[in-house]
Every structure is written in structure tokens, then in C-alpha cells.
Design a protein around this ligand. Structure first.
Ligand code: COA
Length: 262
């Protein structure tokens, strides 16, 4: 039987045929993630961990945007300055998720939107999806374990380009870097991800959970450590004049000026 919940409308969830569908739904702000949205995403993952009838999580955004990452206004007004902040809670939850996660990515996929994919199991992207890891450009640093996971999946040289230059990159590049399982015509992504989720949901659940865990076990403790180390640096960076200039520039729709910083 299907059931659905609306978390303040910005995160929509529905359970049907063993699949917990989680939709990011804040199109007017390009699906930027607020504290309440991180909390709702964390609760969705915990629900899947706890409920036997949920076999798979299917995560997606809107046809033109997956998510533009953390809400930059929140970074200024309610920065995540300790490990108990809901944003870090979400990162810990997705990195420890028990059930497989299938992601369907259309449109922009920025910041934590892209790094969360490194914790998903199957990732399908539309051919015109665009990715970016603009942490340095924002005066920040890599998060969500990406300083370890991206070199692991993409190789150090490619990870350094993506994380240090922070330039947008295509779905084809994301696939070449090991962040995406397959690139599909834009209009086919969600249906394909749903079909793959149905396949996963039909398989023996204990074998699935064990196999997902084994695929991550080799670097799981390193990922936990990376998430902790990164978050402490991220907290320092969030309070830096560089970051404040970057966020203010974005919100004022002007280019940032880092020339006065040493
Ligand atoms: N935080 C807060 N607001 C955001 C946002 C974010 N991460 N991303 C987009 N928005 C808001 C914009 O401020 C704008 O709001 P307004 O209509 O009140 O002016 C609205 O969403 C539409 O965004 P816009 O930039 O006009 O859309 P676009 O299609 O031209 O570009 C993006 C889309 C995603 C490429 C662009 O919005 C972007 O680069 N966003 C910031 C991404 C980012 O740096 N994320 C943080 C990573 S750590």
C-alpha cells in the first residue's frame, strides 16, 4: 500500500512497493537545502533503516534541478558551526544508510547535492545535468567525505581539478569520474531509476543489506574520519571573511572580490 508524507512541502516522501521515494521540492530556490530539509532527509533515511518493508530509497529532485546544495542564505544567517547541526547529521545518516539508495539527477547538482551522490549506490543522470563542487570558490572546503571519496572513485588528479577549481562539469564527466552509474536522455532518468529501484526491491533483502555494507566496508572508517575532519575545517571556513564575502556576493548577484584577503 502507498503512503506519503509532506515535510513542509520541501521534502516529499512516499512508500510504495518497497520503495521509499524522496523528492526534493523547493524549485523556487533551485532546491537549495535548508535545516528543515536536512532534518526531513535524515528522518527519511532513518525510516528506511527501521522499517522492514522499505527495501530501497529513491532520491530525486525536479526535472530542471536536483539541488543547488546548501542554502547560501542559511550559511550566512544560521551557519552549521557544530557537529550537532542537522546538515552534519544528514551527512552521517546517508553515509551509514542501511538500505540501498538510487539517485535520479536532472539539472543542476551542486555542492552537497553532488557529494551526497558519493554515498548513493546507483546514480542516474540526465545528459544535460550539470555538476559543481564550488567549495573553494565559496571560501569553504570539501565536505561529506568527498576529500576521501572523490579521489577514491575519480583518482586524485581528477578529484583535485573538480574540488580545487570548482568549475561546473557535465554528466559525461561525472560518469567518467565514477560519480554516476549511467547517463541517460533527460526525460528517461526518473523512470529508469525507478525501474532499477524496483529490481533492487525484489531481491533478497538481507543479502542486499550485507552486500551494500561490504561494498563500503573497506573505507567506511576512513569516510567517518574524513567527515569529522572536514566538518571541523568547514566550521572554521564558514566563519571566515572569505566565505562571508562569497555568500554575500552570491545573494547580491555580483562577482566576489577576494583581492583583499591574504
Ligand atoms: N542557496 C540559496 N538560494 C539559492 C541557491 C542556494 N544554494 N541556489 C539558488 N538560489 C536562489 C537564487 O538566489 C535565486 O533566488 P531569487 O529568485 O530570490 O533571486 C533562485 O534560487 C534561482 O536561482 P538562479 O541563480 O537565478 O538560477 P539559475 O538557473 O540561474 O542558476 C544555479 C542555478 C544552481 C547554477 C545557481 O543558482 C547557483 O550557482 N546556485 C548556488 C550554488 C551553490 O554555490 N551552492 C552551495 C554549494 S556549497
Amino acid at each position: 500500500m502507498a503512503s506519503s508524507t509532506q515535510h513542509g512541502q520541501n521534502i516529499l516522501t512516499a512508500v510504495d512497493a518497497g520503495i521509499l521515494r524522496v523528492e526534493i521540492n523547493r524549485p523556487e530556490k533551485k532546491n537549495a537545502l535548508t535545516g528543515a530539509m536536512y532534518q526531513a532527509l535524515t528522518e527519511a533515511i532513518e525510516l528506511a533503516n527501521d522499517r522492514a518493508e522499505i527495501r530501497v530509497i529513491l532520491l530525486h529532485g525536479q526535472p530542471d534541478v536536483f539541488t543547488s546544495g546548501n542554502d547560501l542564505k542559511d550559511f550566512l544567517q544560521e551557519p552549521a558551526l557544530d557537529d550537532d547541526h542537522v546538515a552534519y547529521g544528514f551527512v552521517r545518516a546517508i553515509s551509514r544508510a542501511v538500505k540501498p539508495i538510487v539517485a535520479a539527477v536532472n539539472g543542476a547538482c551542486v555542492g552537497v547535492g553532488a557529494t551526497l551522490l558519493l554515498h548513493c549506490d546507483l546514480v542516474y543522470a540526465g545528459q544535460s545535468a550539470t555538476f559543481a563542487l564550488p567549495f573553494v570558490n565559496l571560501g569553504l572546503c570539501p565536505e561529506a567525505g568527498s576529500s576521501l571519496l572523490l579521489p577514491f572513485v575519480a583518482g586524485r588528479a581528477r578529484a583535485a581539478e573538480l574540488l580545487l577549481l570548482g568549475e561546473p562539469f557535465s554528466a559525461a564527466r561525472a560518469e567518467a569520474c565514477g560519480m554516476v552509474s549511467a547517463v541517460l536522455p533527460d526525460g528517461d532518468v526518473l523512470a529508469h531509476a525507478q525501474a532499477q529501484a524496483r529490481k533492487l526491491a525484489s531481491k533478497p533483502p538481507a543479502a542486499m543489506r550485507a552486500s551494500k555494507a561490504l561494498l563500503r566496508a573497506g573505507i567506511a572508517s576512513g569516510v567517518e574520519e574524513a567527515i569529522r575532519t572536514e566538518s571541523h575545517e568547514f566550521q572554521r571556513r564558514l566563519q571566515s571573511p572569505e566565505a562571508k564575502e562569497a555568500f554575500a556576493a552570491f545573494l547580491a548577484k555580483r562577482p566576489p572580490d577576494f583581492s583583499r584577503f591574504t
